[in-house]
Ligand binder design. Structure first.
Ligand SMILES: [Zn+2]
Length: 81
């Protein structure tokens, strides 16, 4: 069933709503239809989650690599000093 997380743009209320075709969700608190659809961790399929984790891991590795090369560079400077 298509259950989505929403955040109301008007009052900031966060809620889950079952959205059927041609059926617009509205805020249960203020009845606004200005809603931001949130990415629900339960709704995200495993492939997308996996890709996101890979991307985070790659960013971490990139930082480690950069720190390492800076350290190596500093070592080289100290060596020739
Ligand atoms: Zn609202």
């Amino acid at each position: 069933m298509p259950i989505y997380d929403f955040e109301c743009s008007d009052c900031g209320e966060r809620f889950e709503a079952l959205v059927l075709r041609n059926n617009t969700a509205s805020c249960p608190k203020c009845n606004s239809q200005k809603l931001e659809q949130q990415i629900s961790m339960f709704a995200v399929d495993s492939e997308a989650t996996r890709q996101a984790h890979i991307s985070i891991a790659r960013k971490k590795n990139a930082k480690i690599q950069r720190d390492k090369s800076i350290a190596e560079h500093e070592q080289a400077i100290n060596h020739y000093d």
